[in-house]
Design a protein around this ligand. Structure first.
Ligand code: MLT
Length: 267
């Protein structure tokens, strides 16, 4: 899909920009790129504009001089993108790492957000055990490159059904993730490792929230997602059967249908 480059202040991001109308900004997971949103960008509902940036250090946004080592850096880039395009307030859709960035956008400037989709993500920060795993992944990446991180993470990213029935999805995900330079992967692991606890913010999220989760997600399981949906004032919970952590990639039609149904209520 064609993309454009947008200067956001601290960075220049590569952004896929499709459709016309109320903006939906789609924030990708780690260690992927905006290309994971291709199924949703291909089926935008009438009256909505899809903007999918490669976050700083990922994909075609990897040429920036200053690294992004905190979710705040990514959130300020996203808010800078909204300002540069003069398109706020937007609906923010964040899957996993994208959700962590979306929480930070809310903390930084809630007026820029008209609705929030939290997909396969969690509000809590890393545990000490998870932080230790991130450090090991950073060391693996430094020694062996991006592929080492993808090999370690790929089995957890996809649900059991996808792994058994759609082996080409793993090939496709690997292909997208391999577009990422090792430097960006190491910086992003730092951002994941140091992200703040967003649980205290949940009660303050006054915009409508859609929580989507794959029923087979083992990284951010349904129980975690349901707790998050219950903790926000206006939360809706949707669980997608036969999907794991990358629910929008594994069950694209079901994900898109849930998104469209909720956007319809929003407008
Ligand atoms: C992601 O999908 O963005 C990552 O799995 C997030 C994480 O590892 O916390």
């Amino acid at each position: 899909m064609p993309s454009r480059r947008v200067a956001t202040g601290a960075a220049t991001l590569s952004v896929t920009d499709r459709g016309a109308g109320t903006p939906i900004v789609l924030l990708h997971a780690f260690p992927l790129t905006s290309r994971m949103w291709a199924p949703q960008l291909a089926e935008l509902p009438q009256g909505w504009r899809g903007l999918a940036p490669d976050l700083r250090g990922f994909g075609a946004s990897s040429g920036n001089a200053a690294p992004a080592r905190h979710v705040r850096d990514h959130a300020l880039d996203v808010l800078g993108l909204i300002d540069a395009l003069e398109c706020g307030p937007v609906v923010l859709v964040g899957l996993s790492m994208g959700g962590y960035v979306a929480f930070e956008c809310w903390r930084q400037r809630s007026s820029a957000v008209r609705g929030l989709v939290l997909a396969d993500t969690r509000a809590d920060a890393d545990t000490e055990e998870a932080r230790t795993r991130r450090l090991a992944l950073q060391q693996g990446a430094a020694a062996e490159g991006t592929g080492a991180v993808i090999d370690a993470m790929l089995p957890g990213l996809l649900g059991a059904t996808t792994q058994a029935q759609d082996p080409h999805v793993a090939v496709q995900v690997r292909h997208v993730a391999m577009e990422n330079e090792t430097r960006g992967i190491i910086d992003a692991l730092e951002a994941l490792r140091t992200r703040p606890d967003s649980r205290p913010d949940l009660a303050t999220i006054t915009c409508p929230v859609l929580v989507i989760v794959g029923a087979e997600d083992t990284i951010t399981p349904p129980a975690v997602a349901r707790t998050m949906a219950d903790a926000v004032p206006d939360g809706r919970y949707v669980e997608l059967p036969a999907a794991g952590h990358l629910s929008n990639v594994e069950q694209p039609h079901a994900f898109t249908a849930a998104l469209h149904e909720w956007l319809g209520r929003l407008s």
